[in-house]
Design a protein around this ligand. Sequence first.
Ligand SMILES: [Zn+2]
Length: 247
Amino acid sequence: MRTLFLLTLSTFLFAGVTGEGHHADHPSWGYAKENGPSKWGDLAFEFHICKEGVNQSPIDLNRFIEADLPDLKIIYAGNATTVANNGHTIKVEVMGKDEVVVDGIPFSLVQFHFHTPSENKIKGKQFPLEAHFVHESPQGEFLVIALMFEEGEPNKALQKVLNDLNSTVGSKNLLHEMFNPGEFFPKKLDYYRYSGSFTTPPCTEGVRWLVLKNSVEASKEQIEKMHKIMGDNNRPTQPLKARCVLK
Ligand SMILES: [Zn+2]
């Protein structure tokens, strides 16, 4: 029964569309020399923003403006349900009502996924692991909450993902222990904010980025296990151009 279920899910996985919102499965882009970030803009017409965009992600957060940013209220009531290795990232899907309200707009959590090492940097500092919690509004706008991990104590939420993670590309497994994705977040939700893009093709802009100031810990073994499966799946930082980061 379980085998059948997995086959069905895998088929579904490969029917996805591209983008950070789904992180699926255009065959030609990746992180190798021949299909890596510097080539993305030339791989397909629909990827042209990857080279022509002016508000691209990730960035090195280093040009700040003091702002009176409102408290971030992450209202997650749903569960992480499946973990997939789609060849670009380790992606966790969710079910139920997970919401964050920004600019008066309710954004619903669609999925979260990981990058090793981190894509964004904070004042020049790169972290060994970064999670992206991808949210979408009813109007189809995107918001990503970025969470940095530092090496330290084992991370309990991450372990629940790792327990059911399969290194086979295209695999997708149910989580034996489903959990509230909010378990990942630090107690203090102070954040930086900037306007950016998907960090994967088609590099669509107009994405609200909230980068949490406080990192959380994961063990060396946990981070290594993620890295072994994903490799270096970090797009290099992109020019700020006219942008500042609110803090
Ligand atoms: Zn990402």
